[in-house]
Design a protein around this ligand. Structure first.
Ligand code: SF4
Ligand code: SF4
Length: 492
């Protein structure tokens, strides 16, 4: 694997390219790329090429023995309260138990007034406690402002609700585990399994099946204990537990958000289009694996996971971790949402890849510059030691406050850092050139050129602009598609 040289900054790039002919050539290149990017044929993961053809990047030349995340200490399992949604759910439960009217009292009493497990967590993370209340205030403002924006975002709201409707019935599909993994994961397992020809056959079969169910990307990883949450297990509840023996492998699947709405984040996008697809794919895979004789458990969005997804997907060779804390893949960039199925079915696991994404992030920083809550580290190098791994820090509590601040209430999210990422681009000729050329370019020139083009010729609204007035103007990264713009279809 080649190691790229440093990526030039904007000034050096312009010096290098020359303000005359080089710039014009690149401007032409960018316009051509922009035009190519408008075609809907480049929407990877949506329709035209089923059965695995959307997983078109040949990963084998970029396989590495050690993944691109760096271990800097003893790996530790992640505490369930480290998950924002689990922590917030515990906080809400506490608030409801003492009465919602007591919110101000809970805030004034502070960390010491909390139940023991939350107290212990927030004593270590006092800023997260303060931010929880800021997020609530923002959410109240958001609700108060909603009548102003409701008509404008009517279609986006309806589109998001339609996607989230399959999730609204509790225990819908796939059903939530009830009982221990040794009981639940074995439900309906065929007692007469046929002998597999080899683990390789197992991997190939399950990938074809996952693609046939609609997965855009599929990879297989061995389950490492450090990716399994500690302190809470679905179906069992709170308490420490050993990683179940039959969680030997994870089949990791990915799909993108619909591309046009995705570019129109934060206000027109939603998380639920990808979430609902992942739930159906993973749930069907769980059933399929049990029917051929092996235990299986699906781990699906928005919160029904017992494992942390991005590092598992890195081990499964799907991509690398970006500065923004999400998985970036060669086919989908940051437009990659994840689910997994754990099983003991014999597989030949995939290897992690190094296509230079983690290296590119060191200079790019676009997500950090555009983040409306300044939650993403701008450090040149990943410096934080998080549970024994080096990575860029993400302030998930401030990020959640931004979710509660943007001009819509329907999808509760932002996703700007995914949409602005230069890797989140359609599959057109320009991006094929970058995707295939950059990892093979030892000089770093392709990465420098792509980054400079991105920063010089593409428009970014600017971090605050994504927020509603008075801080911003409800801007979106890209223009919303006509089918989500209410004013195109209704008299406002
Ligand atoms: S989702 Fe939005 S607020 Fe959160 S890190 Fe990404 S850009 Fe920042
Ligand atoms: S926007 Fe740039 S820095 Fe952020 S994840 Fe994408 S490539 Fe990395």
């Amino acid at each position: 694997m080649f190691v790229k040289s440093s990526i030039m900054d904007r000034r050096n790039f312009l010096k290098y390219a020359g303000l005359g002919s080089g710039t014009l050539a690149l401007a032409g290149f960018s316009v051509a790329g922009f035009v190519a990017g408008r075609g809907k044929d480049g929407n990877t993961g949506y329709g035209k090429t089923p059965y695995g053809k959307d997983q078109f990047f040949n990963r084998k030349p970029f396989w590495v023995e050690k993944p691109t995340y760096e271990a800097v200490g003893n790996p530790q399992r992640i505490d369930y309260l480290d998950r924002l949604f689990k922590r917030n759910a515990e906080m809400y439960q506490f608030i409801y138990s003492v009465g919602q009217g007591n919110l101000e009292t809970i805030k004034v009493q502070g960390i010491e007034g909390l139940p023991e497990h939350l107290r212990a967590y927030f004593q270590e993370h006092p800023k997260a406690f303060e931010e929880f209340f800021t997020a609530i205030e923002k959410s109240q403002e958001q609700k108060a402002n909603w009548p102003k924006y409701r008509d404008k975002y009517l279609l986006a709201d309806a589109w998001s609700s339609a996607h989230s409707s399959p999730l609204k019935i509790r225990n819908s599909f796939p059903p939530e585990p009830q009982g221990t993994p040794e009981d639940w994961d074995f439900k309906g397992v065929n007692p007469y399994p046929l002998p597999l020809k080899s683990p390789k056959h197992g991997s190939e079969l399950i990938k074809k099946i996952a693609h046939s169910f609609g997965a855009t990307l599929v990879g297989i990883a061995k389950v490492k204990p450090e990716w399994v949450y500690q302190g809470f297990l679905r179906g069992v509840g709170k308490g420490d537990f050993e990683v179940p023996e039959h969680w030997k492998y994870a089949v990791v699947i990915a799909v993108p958000h619909e591309w046009e709405s995705f570019y129109a984040n934060p206000t027109y996008g939603t998380s639920y289009d990808a979430y609902s697809m992942l739930r159906f794919i993973a749930g069907k895979l769980e059933t399929f694996i049990r029917e051929i004789g092996y235990p299986a458990r699906s781990h699906v969005p928005p919160t029904q996971y017992d494992l942390v997804m991005p590092p598992l997907a890195i081990d499964a060779g799907l991509g690398e971790l970006g500065r923004n804390g999400v998985l970036i893949t060669p086919e989908l960039g940051g437009n990659t949402r994840l689910a997994a199925v754990t099983t003991s079915m014999p597989f030949e696991p995939d290897k992690p890849i190094d296509v230079g994404i983690a290296e590119f992030c060191k200079k790019c920083k676009i997500c950090a510059e555009e983040c409306p809550s300044e939650s993403i580290s701008s450090d040149d190098e990943p410096t934080q030691n998080i549970r024994g791994f080096k990575r860029w820090s993400i302030d998930q509590d401030k990020c959640f406050t931004a979710w509660n601040s943007v001009g819509t209430s329907h999808p509760r999210g932002c996703r700007v850092c995914l949409a602005v990422c230069p890797y989140s681009r359609k599959n057109n000729w320009l991006h094929t050139l970058a995707r295939e050329g950059d990892p093979r370019d030892p000089s770093g020139i392709i990465a420098s050129a792509m980054l400079a083009m991105q920063k010089n010729f593409f428009d970014y609204p600017g971090a605050n602009e994504y927020l509603p007035p008075p801080d911003g103007n409800n801007k979106t990264y890209g223009k919303a598609p006509d089918w989500l713009r209410t004013e195109e279809w209704f008299d406002l």
